[in-house]
Ligand binder design. Structure first.
Ligand code: PMP
Length: 441
């Protein structure tokens, strides 16, 4: 029974398990935005595999690609051998990239997760530049392996292990609600850029010569915090002028989620490397780093791994990339996302526990606060992580799966599939508004 499965897994799994703890549901079936529990209850899934399921659960385009590949007799695991599936995937992926980047790009297939691709990118650029320092941002999240963790900002429980972050210089991300310089908006972002530039040029700044700067154009785990386009262009200028390679982590923002196929398109910046995972595998594990050919400084065998691209994931990924492009799902994400964000912003008038609503496309954050607390210099109220936990449970009772995140664990994050219908979007709004009202009553 579902109860027995929940009980047994609770007893046997590590105490670090997360989603199984917040969502005591044993899923039996899933399709589109819906997850059906073994008890027949249905949930609207705004977690969608932590932003992996661009096309929702078990989209026919994906399941047919997988079935076709299995039936073809193609080898499912072949290390990094040349295969038609890899060729097609690379073509499909490069076709989605801005030509200014794709024309001189190389691809490296990494271990199966986003963190593997981050690790590969950092190591590649450390090798190519002969430097080992790294520039990273407050509130960032790049993964759980040592290098990726070192450039993460310590969001929520995912803190760096002491000692891993020695050569990382952490810079202030322009988080306009909890403004690092006490001023928000464009002015706060300009201060962040000015600080970065001054620090890099300060011989007494203690910056270890950097092999790379790594950033997310919209911080995901950090609470769906979008960086202003001007700030991103400033980071590109500052790094280019100092010959510091810029890595953009598009693990969560990619494949249409932010309302453009890739989040870099909003600002028009061309990075030196892009890290991709999650949606590119069409719900199967796949991760790559794509980078400028000038940095291809590895000797054969310099970065290996048993799982470097999986045939099924490549087939599912190709089908997903093509479908998102063909159906214009990035535009749909922009439109539905804007409507959700506007409606949630309007709810602030009735629900004072909503401190901030932000995001880009279908990567949305609702930061919950203590309305009775004292505002900071920017007018931000104290974060309310306990309220957020109650909202998550109240939402689940109403058949809505939402996850929390953000620097203070106080942000409800919405990452619905890009195929969300208008009716589903309305239902998400209604259930979330009810959940917040109940949790703060
Ligand atoms: N980078 C970003 C921006 C992410 O959001 C994540 C995962 N949430 C990662 C890297 C790490 O990916 P994975 O969990 O697959 O290792």
């Amino acid at each position: 029974s579902a109860e027995a499965i929940l009980r047994r897994q609770r007893a046997r799994e590590s105490s670090a398990r997360t989603y199984a703890r917040s969502f005591p549901v044993v899923p039996a079936r899933a399709y589109g935005m819906t997850v059906e529990g073994a008890d027949g209850r249905r949930y609207l899934d705004c977690l969608a595999g932590a932003g992996t399921l661009a096309l929702g659960h078990n989209h026919p385009v994906v399941t047919e690609a997988v079935r076709r590949t299995v039936d073809s007799g193609a080898p499912l695991h072949v290390l990094d051998l040349a295969t038609p599936e890899k060729d097609e995937f690379t073509d499909a992926l490069f076709a989605t990239l801005p030509p200014a980047f794709a024309d001189k790009a190389r691809i490296h297939f990494c271990g199966p997760a986003g963190t593997d691709a981050v690790e590969a990118a950092l190591k590649l650029l450390q090798t190519a530049t002969g430097r080992h320092g790294l520039l990273a941002f407050t509130g960032a999240y790049h993964g759980m392996t040592a290098g990726a963790l070192a450039v993460s900002g310590g969001v929520a429980a995912k803190r760096p292990v002491p000692g891993t972050a020695a050569d990382v210089t952490r810079l202030p991300y322009p988080y306009s609600y909890r403004c690092p310089f006490g001023v928000g908006g464009e002015r706060g972002a300009r201060l962040s850029a000015a600080y970065t530039e001054r620090l890099l040029d300060d011989p007494n700044g203690g910056v270890v010569p950097p092999a790379a700067m790594i950033l997310e154009a919209v911080q995901g785990e950090g609470g769906a915090v979008p960086a202003p386009d001007d700030w991103l262009r400033e980071m590109r200028r500052i790094t280019a002028e100092r010959e510091i390679p810029l890595v953009v982590d598009e693990v969560q923002t990619g494949v249409g989620r932010t309302g453009a196929f890739w989040a870099i398109e909003h600002s028009g910046i061309v990075p030196d490397a892009m890290v991709m995972s999650k949606a590119i595998g069409g719900s199967l594990p796949l991760a790559v780093v794509v980078y400028h050919e000038d940095y291809d400084g590895w000797l054969p065998g310099a970065h290996t791994g048993t799982f470097r691209g999986n045939t099924l994931a490549m087939a599912a990924g190709t089908a997903t990339l093509r479908y998102v492009a063909r159906e214009g799902l990035a535009r749909r994400a922009a439109a539905v996302g804007a409507r959700l964000t506007d409606r949630l912003t309007a709810l602030r008038a009735e629900l004072p526990a909503i401190g901030d609503v932000r995001g880009r496309g279908l990567m949305i954050g609702v930061e919950l606060v203590d309305p009775a607390g004292t505002p900071d210099a920017c007018g931000a109220l104290p974060p309310a992580p306990d309220t957020a936990v109650r909202v998550r449970s109240a939402a689940l009772e109403r058949g809505l799966i939402v996850e929390l995140g953000g620097r203070y664990d106080s942000t409800v994050r919405l990452l619905p599939p890009l195929v969300i219908t208008d009716e589903e979007a309305e239902a998400v709004l209604d259930r979330l508004a009810d959940a917040i009202a109940e949790a703060t009553a």
